[in-house]
Every structure is written in structure tokens, then in C-alpha cells.
Design a protein around this ligand. Structure first.
Ligand code: SF4
Length: 226
């Protein structure tokens, strides 16, 4: 059985092969209409950005518990600022790093209210200026809350893209930058969904199912691993 993390080193696949990979993914994996769970499913940009902040280094179930408890207290930046930091920290305890995250939530809400009239920015640059928000969260909010054609890169997308050879990146942010230019335009809308489902169902972290994988003949990892 082939295994290991793979990726990040050597040459990436040629552009025409990258297009074939995405074409096959589009035929085999569910796209944007699939049931997308967790912090991405919030009903408005504010809750989306806060949920993503809470999801850092947290399992989906723990994030969901923290999200439910926090939004039972407040669902706007103004209302959040009226809460004591300790109460926010208590509510979000299930998702870990709760003291730091509570501080960032209040700093983020203060920034939104004082600098932006309470509105969540609709650009990656604006989102990344918010306390606690990096490229991954910015792209998730752009994709899910603002319906932009952006391939947000989480741990699954990062692993899969670099194993296959779609990208040659060491970090998730670098993978996101490379996918922005290497993935065909038509794949930008659903690419996140195809890759994340593929990473959960087939190209899993510990035991990728290479022997039955529909990308094995194209995959850089498969062709270079004994
Ligand atoms: S052959 Fe398929 S499952 Fe195996 S590493 Fe490549 S993409 Fe992942």
C-alpha cells in the first residue's frame, strides 16, 4: 500500500494534465451544490467569518458546538462587543484556544464597527486585515458568503493538490496562490468542493486508495512512490 503525506517537492504536472485532473474530478466528485458542513454554512458574512476564526485547530464537531453557543449570545458585531470577554471565552471553550479566540473576536468586531461601519469586507485583502483571519478563512468567506469563484485551501485540499502535482507548495497559502493560476478558470468555482471530497473519500491522509483511484495514471505521487 502506498502512503505518506507526499507533495511539496519537485515539478508540478503540466498545464494540460492539470486540466484533465480537474475534468475527472468534476465527473467523479460532488461540487458546490453538495452538502457543505461546518463553519462554512453560516447564513451571513459576519457569522461566516467568526465561525472560520473559531475553526482554527478545532475538529468540526467542536467548532459547531462553539458556534452554536456563541451565536446564542450574539449574532452581530455590535452585540458581540457588548459581551464580556470571559463570557465569549466560556461559550467557545469547546473549540480550544478559547482565550486567544475570544480576544480576536472582540478585536475583529471592534475593527468592523469602528473602521468599516459593521460590514464584513468583500475582498481578500480586506478580510485578511481582520484580526485572526488568514488567507484560508478569507477565501472560505469569499467563496461561501460572497459566492466568489475561489478555491479555498484547507488541510485536505493542500494535501491532495500537492500529492497529485497540481501544485508544488509547502504551505496551504502557497497552494492557494498556485491553484489560483494553475487551475482552469472553469474549475475555480467548484474546485474546493471536488478536492475536499476527494481528500476525504479517496486520497485520505494516512491510507490513500491509490490502487482504485481514478487519477492514478496522472498522479505525481503515485508515479514516483515505489
Ligand atoms: S493515486 Fe489517487 S489516492 Fe493515490 S496519492 Fe494519487 S491522487 Fe491520492
Amino acid at each position: 500500500m502506498r502512503g505518506g503525506a507526499g507533495g511539496g517537492q519537485g515539478a508540478g504536472l503540466p498545464a494540460e494534465t492539470v486540466a484533465v485532473v480537474f475534468e475527472r474530478l468534476s465527473r467523479h466528485m460532488p461540487g458546490r451544490t453538495a452538502d457543505a458542513k461546518g463553519p462554512k454554512d453560516q447564513p451571513d458574512p459576519f457569522r461566516s467569518v467568526i465561525s472560520c476564526l473559531l475553526s482554527a485547530q478545532s475538529r468540526d464537531a467542536n467548532t459547531a458546538a462553539a458556534v452554536t453557543a456563541l451565536f446564542a449570545l450574539a449574532t452581530t458585531a455590535e452585540a458581540m462587543l457588548a459581551l464580556p470577554e470571559a463570557e465569549i471565552a466560556r461559550a467557545i471553550r469547546p473549540c480550544g484556544l478559547y482565550n486567544m479566540k475570544a480576544k480576536n473576536i472582540l478585536r475583529l468586531c471592534r475593527h468592523l464597527v469602528d473602521e468599516l461601519g459593521g460590514r464584513v469586507p468583500e475582498t481578500r485583502e480586506g478580510l485578511m486585515r481582520l484580526p485572526g483571519i488568514g488567507r484560508k478563512c478569507a477565501d472560505i468567506v469569499l467563496s461561501f458568503a460572497f459566492d466568489r469563484n475561489v478555491i479555498a485551501v484547507d488541510t485536505h485540499v493542500h494535501r491532495v493538490a500537492n500529492r497529485i502535482g497540481l501544485t508544488t507548495a509547502r504551505t496551504a497559502d502557497e497552494t492557494a496562490r498556485q491553484l489560483e493560476t494553475r487551475a482552469p478558470g472553469w474549475a475555480q468555482r467548484d474546485g474546493h468542493f471536488w478536492l475536499i471530497q476527494f481528500g476525504k473519500a479517496i486520497c485520505t491522509a494516512r491510507r490513500p486508495r491509490c490502487e482504485t483511484c481514478f487519477l492514478a495514471d496522472l498522479c505525481r505521487f503515485y508515479s514516483t512512490t515505489p
